[in-house]
Ligand binder design. Structure first.
Ligand code: HPA
Length: 271
């Protein structure tokens, strides 16, 4: 693994003329538009990057983008990888290792999630303050490479409190409703049954999704502070569950996206 990371980092350094990103950004389902706010310097297709897994979803375009966002050097993953696509947890989180190797000091993550909290409505944003991992695997399972991080990484602050504080201020300043809550990660790809939504709410989650947690675990292992923002694309309220589809999720994500872009763009300047 160390050799693969090194090889990929070297390839990218050559292709990007030693561009040094300060912040890594993972763009979630239907949330790729932030890219339009980036002053792009280099773009690499995942399929051309050695050792990089290729996104199998047609609505995830699979590009690594280098440039500046509000004055900060960033690397953005347009097209994230999900466990339900069949990748291993190690594959999903490989890009985090590579971004760390390229020098990122913070990681921003976005995702689409279903609301479980009756006060958090479809189309609202939610800052992730903590998570519950219900995915059946862990990216750190197996031999620990001590060069990458400790065997038993601390998870008392998986989402950096100081960045959350700044994000709340930013959201207030631009008058955007931005909740704070617990994200639970499931495997998917099916959405939840009524009984499952009820259960996920009962165990303490405010939103449910199929991503983010593996990347956040690896970022914490690597000592990278994380900030994560969910767009709530549907309401998993068990009492009155309405059928919905990926089309609905994407439409809601697209509608809420400008708010998310504004917050992330302003937040990045405060780091
Ligand atoms: N459940 C799981 N994942 C999701 C949902 C949901 O309701 N909405 C968006 N991603």
């Amino acid at each position: 693994m160390l050799r693969a990371i090194q090889e990929t980092v070297e390839y990218i350094r050559i292709k990007t003329e030693n561009f040094k990103p300060e912040v890594g950004i993972i763009l979630g389902t239907g949330l790729g538009d932030l890219v339009n706010s980036i002053e792009i310097k280099y773009q690499l297709m995942y399929s051309n990057i050695p050792n990089f897994p290729i996104s199998t979803l047609e609505f995830h375009s699979g590009k690594l983008i280098f440039g500046t966002l509000n004055g900060k050097n960033i690397v953005a993953m347009q097209g994230r990888l999900h466990y339900y696509e069949g990748y291993s947890m190690q594959q999903i989180t490989f890009p985090i290792r590579v971004m760390k190797g390229l020098g990122i000091e913070n990681l921003f993550v976005s995702n689409a999630a279903g609301s479980l909290n009756p006060n958090f409505k479809k189309g609202d944003l939610m800052i992730i303050s903590d998570h519950i991992n219900l995915q059946p695997d862990n990216p750190l399972r197996g031999l620990n490479e001590s060069e990458l991080g400790p065997r038993f990484p601390d998870m008392s602050e998986p989402y950096k409190r100081s960045i959350i504080k700044k994000a709340i201020t930013v959201a207030k300043n631009v008058d955007v409703v931005c909740h704070k809550g617990v994200y639970v990660a499931v495997t998917g790809p099916n959405l939840e049954t009524k009984a499952e939504y009820k259960y996920l709410r009962l165990i303490g989650a405010d939103a449910v999704g199929m991503s983010t947690v593996p990347e956040v675990i690896v970022a914490n292992h690597a000592g990278i502070p994380v900030f994560a923002l969910s767009v709530l694309t549907d309401e998993g309220f068990a009492e009155d569950l309405q059928p919905f589809s990926l089309t609905d999720i994407l439409a809601t994500a697209a509608k809420a996206e400008p708010k998310m872009t504004e917050i992330l763009t302003r937040l990045i300047a405060t780091l």
